[in-house]
Design a protein around this ligand. Structure first.
Ligand code: DAH
Length: 345
């Protein structure tokens, strides 16, 4: 460490040499050389008093650090190769058997996610990534959940000690994509985006609930957009994804960021609405939430809500895939169970 005051630099050198020969390392902090530097401070001219004092403190901190280092038992740990696929300290015969690379395959969720992205790309919607950690503003405030709003409690969010969130829905990206693409509107082009990404919830786990899953969010804004466009867009997408004409149904619901808000159900792709155990004999399967984007959400992103309207939706991707392949338990996806995964390779 460098010291600008010669006297302090000299004392630092002396004290460090002294420290090397001391048995009781802590006693260096009571050394008269340090004490006399402190004693001088009050007699110094005002203009240098503060900086001299700070430098004496710096020396004391440096000595404390050296004492700490020298009194800590030295443990020689082997270096860790953080890029290794397993702990390098594990003896060779205990290392996991890796699969030959040619046996690998893509995870079914990623394959299905790409199919969804492709369908929307053909419909003119661009895919944008979300993130794995987000803030209160994007999780709630920008989505018209004011502070203290009871609807915040509907989301079982994981939070960090600093108050950040593992996003509990892909709607956290709405404000960002609205801002990013709002210049489209000035060019008479729509904002047409999907966000297919991971979300996290502090859920009680069962066959239909996972702590980590994927959603596909959609955001569409332009002049004259109404709920008919919402229904038609989702129906066209689902029919393409399930490769059959789907009937769809909306029923009123509540989300702070849409008005009106709907829950969205599609005709059961298994029984053609005759009733089966997948749809609990109702003929309908709930797929997610959607609605017309609340004017507050548009305004928060700087979009004139008297001129433009839009719709948004958020559907669970696992749910869609489970329906497509008749998968009975959502927990298979994150399980890394090869028996499950190999069925799709
Ligand atoms: N974010 C909601 C959830 O995970 C789902 C949702 C509802 C997304 C309505 C939307 C929407 O974009 O308009 O519970």
């Amino acid at each position: 460490m460098d010291y600008q005051y010669e006297e302090i630099a000299a004392a630092a050198k002396q004290l460090k040499e002294k420290l090397a020969g001391l048995e009781d390392k802590r006693s260096i902090l009571r050394a008269p050389e340090l004490g006399s530097l402190y004693a001088q401070i009050k007699n110094l001219p005002a203009e240098i008093r503060a900086s001299f004092g700070q430098e004496v403190n710096k020396l004391k901190n440096e000595l404390e650090e050296l004492v700490r280092e020298s009194t800590q038992p030295k443990i020689e740990l082997p270096l860790i190769d953080v890029t290794a696929p397993f702990d390098v300290n594990v003896p060779t015969d205990k290392k996991p058997q890796l699969l030959p690379a040619e046996n690998s395959s893509r995870h079914p969720l990623m394959v299905e996610r790409d199919k969804i992205i492709e369908i929307f790309a053909r419909m003119g919607l661009t895919a944008v990534e979300s993130r794995q950690i987000d803030d209160d503003y994007h999780m709630f405030t920008a989505l018209n959940f004011p502070e203290g709003h009871p609807a915040r409690d509907d989301y079982d969010t994981f939070t960090t000690e600093e108050g950040l969130f593992a996003p509990a829905h892909t709607s956290t990206m709405q404000n960002r994509v609205l801002k990013k693409y709002k210049s489209n509107l000035e060019k008479d082009k729509a904002i047409a985006v999907i966000i297919p990404d991971r979300v996290f919830r502090n859920e009680d786990l069962d066959a239909r609930h996972e702590h980590t899953f994927y959603q596909v969010e959609g955001v569409y804004v332009d002049k004259g957009i109404h709920a008919g466009h919402l229904v038609a867009t989702i129906r066209a997408w689902l029919s393409s994804y399930y490769e059959k004409e789907m009937k769809i149904k909306t029923q009123p619901y509540y989300f702070p960021f849409t008005e009106p808000s709907f829950e969205f159900a599609a005709s059961c792709p298994f029984c053609e609405q005759k009733g089966c155990n997948v749809c609990s004999y109702s003929g309908w399967i709930e797929l997610g939430g959607c609605g017309m984007i609340h004017p507050h959400v548009l305004r928060e992103a700087g979009i004139d809500s008297s001129k433009y309207t839009g719709f948004a939706w958020g559907f669970g991707i696992e749910r869609l895939v489970m329906l497509k392949y008749n998968i009975e338990d959502i927990r298979h996806f994150e399980s890394a169970n090869l028996k499950f995964l190999r069925q799709f390779s």
